[in-house]
Design a protein around this ligand. Sequence first.
Ligand SMILES: *[C@@H]1O[C@H](CO)[C@@H](O)[C@H](O)[C@H]1NC(C)=O
Ligand SMILES: *[C@@H]1O[C@H](CO)[C@@H](O)[C@H](O)[C@H]1NC(C)=O
Ligand SMILES: *[C@@H]1O[C@H](CO)[C@@H](O)[C@H](O)[C@H]1NC(C)=O
Ligand SMILES: *[C@@H]1O[C@H](CO)[C@@H](O)[C@H](O)[C@H]1NC(C)=O
Length: 391
Amino acid sequence: MHAVIGGVILVIIITILIFIVCQRRKKEKYFRDNGGMILKHQRIRIFSETELVKATNNYDNSQFLGEGGFGSVYKGVLADNTLVAVKKAKDVDKARMNQEFQHEIGIVSQVNHKNVVKLLGLCLETKVPLLVYEFVSNGTLHHHIHDKRSQILGSWKNRLRIATETALALDYLHSLADPPIIHGDVKSMNILLDDHYTAKVSDFGASVLISPNQTGIGSKIQGTFGYLDPEYLMTGNLTAKSDVYSFGVVLVELLTGEKPTSSSRDGEKRNIIQYFISSVEDNQIVQVLNFEPADDDEMEEVEAVAGLVKRCLNGSGLKRPTMKVVAEELARLKKLSDNFWAQQGNEETECLLGESSSHTSYEISSINMDQMDTYTVHTTFDIERGSTVSI
Ligand SMILES: *[C@@H]1O[C@H](CO)[C@@H](O)[C@H](O)[C@H]1NC(C)=O
Ligand SMILES: *[C@@H]1O[C@H](CO)[C@@H](O)[C@H](O)[C@H]1NC(C)=O
Ligand SMILES: *[C@@H]1O[C@H](CO)[C@@H](O)[C@H](O)[C@H]1NC(C)=O
Ligand SMILES: *[C@@H]1O[C@H](CO)[C@@H](O)[C@H](O)[C@H]1NC(C)=O
């Protein structure tokens, strides 16, 4: 009798052991398939599956942040209390889990810009790799534009600042690597605001994991209706200028408060984008704005931005300015607009600078210094002094 019980227990123990070994083997296999052997030598942090299950409370519904084009996003808390956003991609092309993918992840992990949501690491032990991003607390630009209760866009200064920060981020992505990192889905939902209302571009880099859908030319197009570059729609060739177009659409949204798919307010069956462009051409920009510029100086800035937006929306990518030109132009306007404040606020700035020594220094070591532009140094510096005033 005792022998029988002993035998049964032995069988149970062996079964459990086999199960554990199989689970581990499976994780190891996924890890290898996902390029873990090479990626573990990159600077990017590798998370274990258990760590992320714990952080997100096993992907509990209460942690669900949203569903993007690339998959679902969950909020999580790591063991060291860091807040993160964990992104589970939907579809991944296994054929791309090769050196190209690893090369791209290598680039993505170098991205370190104040206005880009930082990729903290990856989990490779799952069938589809999970991406772990820093958590950005204050919602999307989309939310702040379309929720009437939000006050943040009440001032032109804030609108101009958010536009400039977004442009700097996109220019940074375009100039970091060759071929450029193309975002591919620039829209107000993908621009997040942190607790200082600093803009942070999100959801780039996830695109490197996405398989091109092979079921037909139309279905290969990725992106969001209303923001899509018409040239990309026709040719299927996604370029850096596609991001310029989408950014132009975001600025129309920011200036008019209208969603890009809505029709114009004048009752004509015209899309808001066309309505915006013809308003610029007729020097009637004031009729499409959803705010009133405070004075003539502000009106001039708004007109300059509107003119720039029109150029971003040119049907031909070649005729659109590069993101660098757009960012420089916006930064110049913002500087003009800030000048008065800068004179007033000198003392306060010095005070903030003084405090920065006690601040943990921002991780600069992982940026390729050759590829960094001077403004990146400036904006990175701003994080240290805890201020949202940049450039
Ligand atoms: C944005 O951040 C500010 C400051 O931290 C906070 O007071 C506010 O409630 C936040 N707004 C939203 C919509 O989360
Ligand atoms: C590919 O496109 C088809 C049709 O649009 C869609 O049903 C399918 O889910 C897509 N597959 C992937 C992997 O995106
Ligand atoms: C796609 O666009 C890029 C940049 O404009 C260009 O160099 C390339 O030749 C284009 N490719 C195709 C297939 O049209
Ligand atoms: C596109 O840009 C070119 C060159 O600046 C200009 O001649 C043309 O009118 C623009 N097209 C549109 C639709 O704005």
